[in-house]
Design a protein around this ligand. Structure first.
Ligand SMILES: [Zn+2]
Length: 151
């Protein structure tokens, strides 16, 4: 028996987003540009946050060294900040690797007739849910012979 795809709210949001990205970026070129921009945006933002946290962490260390050991500063806050910084450094390292891999994918160019094929199949994979023809077709498909139209 084929397994039904999960229909929880998170999965539904994923399917919608997935289909939208196919519908709105239906060529190889557009997918390349979209994913490159998304990767760069991710790197820029998380890199900037990391930089800020590292600065903040440096300042916290200086303050701790200056102050007395028992003046109420939370010893855990430094540790959890260290952990976040380590996690973000990890993410950035992975994003860097992904970028190196993506560069190869993005070197490829295909002729216009192949881009046309991309467009055609994108239309099949992710048809516009609000498209009039699509709505009409859906209505037809849901009128099964043993279930006559109520109108
Ligand atoms: Zn789910």
């Amino acid at each position: 028996m084929p397994e039904e795809p999960c229909q929880c709210i998170d999965c539904q949001r994923f399917y919608r987003e997935h289909d939208r990205l196919i519908r709105e970026f239906p060529t190889l070129r557009q997918q390349q540009e979209l994913n490159w921009a998304a990767l760069q945006a991710f790197r820029t933002l998380s890199g900037r946050v990391l930089e800020d946290l590292q600065k903040q962490c440096g300042e916290t260390k200086q303050e701790t060294q200056k102050s007395l050991p028992d003046n109420g500063s939370d010893p855990d806050s430094g540790d959890s900040l260290q952990q976040v910084i380590a996690d973000l450094e990890n993410i950035n390292a992975h994003l860097f690797s992904v970028e190196a891999l993506m560069e190869r994918i993005f070197d490829v160019k295909v002729p216009e007739e192949i881009e046309q094929k991309f467009r055609e199949l994108a239309g099949e994979l992710a048809p516009d849910p609000l498209n009039v023809d699509r709505l009409r077709l859906n209505r037809l498909l849901h009128q099964t012979p043993d279930l006559p139209d109520k109108n």
